[in-house]
Write a protein that binds this ligand. Sequence first.
Ligand code: PLP
Ligand code: ZN
Length: 412
Amino acid sequence: MNRIAGYRCTLCRKEYPFGPERMTCPSCGEKGILDIVYDYQSVRRIFSRETLQKDHDNSMWRYRALMPIQGEGLADFLRIGWTPLYRSRKLGGQIGLNTLYIKDDGLNPTGSLKDRASGVAVAKAIELGYDTICCSSTGNAASSCAGNAARMGLKTVIFVPERAPIGKVAQLLIFGANVVSVKGDYRQTFELSKAAIEKWGFYNRNAGINPVMTEGKKTVAIEIAEQLNWNPTDWVAISVGDGCTIGGVYNGFYDLLQLGMIERIPKILGVQSTGCCPFVNADAAGGALVPTPENTLADSISVGVPRNPVKAQRAVKASGGAWIAVSDDEILEAMRMLGRAEGVFGEPAGVTATAGVKAAVERGMIKSSESVTVVSTGSGLKDVKNAMLAAGEPFACEPDIRVLEASGRIKQ
Ligand SMILES: *Cc1c(COP(=O)(O)O)cnc(C)c1O
Ligand SMILES: [Zn+2]
């Protein structure tokens, strides 16, 4: 694959040839998260605005030239990516923005943006001859890994913390995963999966560690750019847990800039919940990340010890973006707003970026005249408990029109 120049460590910057599969930097150990380095000259020969115009593959595989995989048999996969990018009709006005777009990644096959990473993981595992993939996750990475692996005939061993919402656990079981529900928090879940991978030699889909994961997630950024005719918005907002997604968003725009397909990288807004915001804290203190309790109902971003800090912090810094935290109440409000104003049903972590944009406009960090894309990263249907918390209960009525009329619920 001459498209790939090699790996580069995000800590010590040392480079390694692409070839033998690598997870982390041999000199830095587990913290030495790797980047995949592309040879943009070679990529340019097979990938451009023109080649994309002729490519009728409406999935994320249309960007396979920018992924570290051979790229065979991709047509057999579930349809990942090419999710809709809606121009907001009402919500933008409600939060004080002239131009707002909503990228609904909850419409991926298993209902979250994680399918983009899992697709690449499954492709890579098949390429390397593994028969089992292992993953620890707050929920969505797990269910997307299980679903995409099921489709392609791989087995999965999945570790989730016991607090994972039942909808996500149900998905795992339906996809036939071997599910281990860990009596502990996400950090302990991650550690147990790591020990299992070492012991049994499964393919490792842990997003913080495995460098190919960001290369799948970055397709959301490339898609936003293509859907906006290579003229992305001033800002792109994304919710942050481990930091792999936001790191991917930056990588996607970075690739396009190197290839001359866009003129600038949007400012990236990283959004967390005040109940668990190690990145926002580190930004405010100007120091390193400090582990925090995991205390938010946005379970997918309830990550006290992020596994991909370097790529996440780079994304915000290098793009001239910002970090912001919002309360769980603001997250629930954003859930109602997105649903009612635009018909998009996101899970709490999925709408956190929207809550962050609203807060950033209020605080003057984003100007009304600036254009913004928010990514809704996951479907609300997986976590109906929190949706009911946001939206309340329905009106219970006797099956009698007089009772209904007397209630005053229906107005003409
Ligand atoms: C995983 C996830 C995120 C955050 O992604 P990270 O890579 O952990 O930062 C955000 N929203 C949803 C719905 C997720 O599942
Ligand atoms: Zn290193």
